[in-house]
Design a protein around this ligand. Structure first.
Ligand SMILES: NC(=O)c1ccc[n+]([C@@H]2O[C@H](COP(=O)([O-])OP(=O)(O)OC[C@H]3O[C@@H](n4cnc5c(N)ncnc54)[C@H](OP(=O)(O)O)[C@@H]3O)[C@@H](O)[C@H]2O)c1
Length: 237
C-alpha cells in the first residue's frame, strides 16, 4: 500500500502516466500530475478524482521545472513519463528535430531528476522512462534509440549518486497509447498487428502492463539501478 504517500507523475495526463496514476491512487496515495495541455490535465483529473492535483508544466523548460518542485515541496516518489517522440530515417531527419528529441525526452528527465531529487523523502524513488529502441536497433529509430540509451545510463548512475533514494528505469516496448493518435487508424492498426505477430506474446502492450511495472518499482525497496523491460519479448524477436 502507498497510503499517506505523495507521488509526482510528470506526463501523468495521458497513456502510461495516466494509467500509473490510477494504479497508484488505488494503492492509497495522493498523486500530482503535470503536463503542458490544460485540456489533457482536466480530462485526467475527471478520471482520477479527488486524490489527484494537476499542474501545467513544460518539462523542457528548466526554470519551470525548478519552480514546479519548489511549489510541490516534499514528496515520496517521482515518475517521469513525459515525452513527445518521433522516428524517421537518419539522413532525412533535420538536425534541429533530432536535438528537439533530446530536449524533450532526455533533458526533460534530467531536469526532473535534478530538481525533484532534493525534495524526495529518503525512502523514496525516481522512475525514468527509456524504450525498447535503445536495446533493439530498428530502422528509423537511430535518434530515439540514442535518447533512450542516454536516459537508461543516466538513471543507473543516479541510483549510485542519489542513494539511498532509489532510481529505476522502465523500458516499454510497443504500447497502445494516445502517443500514436496522429497516425491514420488503419496505418496504426497495421503497425500494431505486424509488431504483435513478431512478438513471443503475440500482442502489443497495454498501458496497464507498464503501469504495473511502475508500481512495482515504487513499492519494492530492494530494487534500484534497474532497467525494467516491459516489451513482450521484443528484444528477442
Ligand atoms: N507508447 C509506446 O509505444 C512507448 C514505447 C516506448 C517508450 N515509451 C515511452 O513511455 C513514456 C510514456 O509514453 P506514452 O505512450 O504514455 O505517451 P503519451 O500517451 O503521449 O503521454 C505522454 C505524456 O507526456 C506529456 N508531455 C509530453 N511532452 C511534455 C513536455 N514537454 N512537458 C510536460 N509534459 C509533456 C503529455 O502531456 P501534454 O501533451 O499535456 O504535455 C502526456 O501526458 C514516454 O517516455 C515514451 O517515450 C512509449
Amino acid at each position: 500500500m502507498l497510503r499517506g504517500q505523495k507521488v509526482v507523475i510528470i506526463g501523468g495526463s495521458s497513456g502510461i502516466g495516466l494509467e500509473s496514476a490510477k494504479q497508484i491512487i488505488a494503492q492509497g496515495a495522493e498523486v500530482i500530475i503535470a503536463s503542458r495541455s490544460e485540456d489533457k490535465l482536466r480530462n485526467a483529473k475527471e478520471q482520477l478524482g479527488v486524490s489527484a492535483t494537476t499542474f501545467t508544466l513544460d518539462i523542457t523548460q528548466e526554470q519551470q521545472v525548478q519552480s514546479f518542485f519548489d511549489k510541490v515541496g516534499q514528496f515520496d516518489h517521482l515518475v517521469v513519463s513525459a515525452a513527445e517522440t518521433f522516428g524517421g530515417p537518419f539522413l532525412q531527419t533535420d538536425t534541429t528535430q533530432a536535438r528537439q528529441l533530446f530536449e524533450n525526452k532526455f533533458w526533460g528527465q534530467y531536469y526532473a531528476a535534478k530538481y525533484g531529487a532534493p525534495k524526495i523523502t529518503p525512502n523514496g524513488s525516481i522512475t525514468l522512462f527509456s524504450g525498447v529502441v535503445a536495446y533493439k536497433s530498428m530502422n528509423g529509430s537511430s535518434i530515439l534509440g540514442a535518447v533512450n540509451a542516454a536516459v537508461s545510463n543516466l538513471g543507473k548512475t543516479l541510483a549510485l549518486e542519489l542513494a539511498p533514494l532509489r532510481v529505476n528505469i522502465v523500458s516499454p516496448g510497443i504500447i497502445d497509447t494516445p502517443s500514436r493518435s496522429n497516425m491514420l487508424e488503419e496505418t496504426r492498426n497495421h503497425f500494431y498487428a505486424s509488431v504483435a505477430n513478431k512478438l513471443p506474446v503475440k500482442r502489443i502492450g497495454r498501458t496497464e502492463d507498464v503501469a504495473k511495472s511502475v508500481l512495482y518499482l515504487i513499492q519494492n525497496s530492494f530494487v534500484t539501478g534497474t532497467v525494467l523491460h516491459v516489451e513482450g519479448g521484443h528484444i528477442l524477436a
